[in-house]
Write a protein that binds this ligand. Sequence first.
Ligand SMILES: [Fe+2]
Length: 157
Amino acid sequence: MNVLDITGLKAENLTEVVKGLELLLADLQVHYTNLRGYHWHVKGKDFAILHERFEKMYDEVADKVDEVAERLLQLNVEPENRYSVILAKSEIKEVTGLTSPETILPEIVKTYKTLMALERSIIEKAGEVNDETTVAIMSDFLVGQEKDAWFLASMLS
Ligand SMILES: [Fe+2]
């Protein structure tokens, strides 16, 4: 049975929302692997704080990956799990070789800007077609990310 027959959402209205969520899923998966790299490779006097903080961040991103993938399934779309496809699709690119907070933190800031802009555009598109659940999920993501943005801004001040 088609899940949309139960929820009442219309597939023809959801094209743009789905496109946004598919891009977000790819972006989050690359962001996840980048954060694992920062967790492993960061060095310097703030090692203990940042090592732990990056772990917390990637754990949260892993939850987001699952939430976006399962939202796609609720919209009757199969989420992508192949790395090769994810890498080709993602706006966020793989990062390696960074060890200092001075280079890692601005890279994370750049990623957050990309993610938050995309989530806001998904909220706009989902709002237009009364997909309140996607709006709620994206809003929830922004709540945590804006808190992280405050942490990042403070670290860089
Ligand atoms: Fe670890």
